[in-house]
Design a protein. Structure first.
Length: 256
């Protein structure tokens, strides 16, 4: 197996604005994962990183921030939290009661959605958006475990680990066949599927599209001037079917 040169990918991370410490932490994992799933062409690399950098704010926000005020809740999810059911309406009683309580917001907002159970189940909080791609909802966590063998259902914090988090993020890319969109130069389609869940007719309607596109363009220009080098991987992670076999997976609280 061969991988994107770690040094080269680190250079690209730094060029895009990732801090030195986060580059050292995450570039190696992404180098391995990107080759596992054949994200190795200029268009594919740029399209992936254009979205990753936006989703996790250049690896500075790896857990979804739901510390919303009542007004923000009403404007973000008006059907649930606006007294009028429309954006701009005053917060309803539920919004006022859970404002600035991320756990309560997650359990209420994500209840009975994305494979989660009821508010009382606590699934909304347990399966909050995590990792570089912000995997959200129990069904998404189930899918990641099924495809990669990484037990994020039992240990959701594995999505925050550079090794497992990188694999999960690029596996999501592969599961949604985003190489196909990247190869066609359909960056809007890539963004739609990641942010909206489906390809839409409207151009640029994914949240944060301008920021995603700015990074995508910046990465493409850098890759044009700096061809990716490939080097042998010293310790490959093997693929068996759709399951990735990981050795000595460190779990939070169990050492490394």
């Amino acid at each position: 197996m061969r991988i994107i040169s770690k040094k080269t990918l680190k250079d690209l991370f730094l060029h895009l604005g990732v801090s030195k410490s986060n580059t050292e932490k995450w570039a190696d994992g992404f180098a391995n994962a990107m080759v596992m799933y054949d994200v190795t062409t200029k268009k594919r690399i740029a399209a992936l990183l254009g979205n990753i950098m936006h989703e996790c704010a250049y690896f500075t926000i790896l857990t979804e921030n739901l510390n919303y005020s009542a007004t923000s809740l009403a404007n973000t999810w008006p059907n649930r939290y606006s007294s009028t059911g429309k954006k701009g309406g005053a917060p309803n009683a539920l919004a006022n009661s859970i404002a600035r309580n991320p756990q309560a917001i997650a359990n209420n907002t994500y209840a009975n959605r994305m494979g989660n159970g009821s508010v009382a189940s606590g699934d909304g909080w347990k399966y909050i958006g995590r990792g570089p791609i912000q995997r959200t909802g129990k069904s998404g966590y189930v899918r990641t475990k099924s495809r990669t063998g990484i037990d994020v259902l039992t240990y959701p914090e594995l999505l925050l680990s550079p090794k497992e988090g990188s694999i999960a993020a690029v596996d999501y890319w592969d599961d949604n066949k985003l190489n196909v969109y990247a190869d066609k130069g359909d960056f809007d389609g890539v963004c739609d599927i990641i942010n909206i869940g489906r390809k839409t007719e409207k151009q640029g309607d994914a949240n944060g599209y301008a920021d995603r596109n700015k990074t995508y363009t910046k990465a493409l220009k850098w890759l044009d001037a700096n061809p990716i080098e490939l080097v042998p991987e010293s310790k490959p992670v093997t693929l068996t079917g759709t399951n990735i076999k990981l050795e000595d997976v460190p779990l939070e609280g169990q050492g490394s």
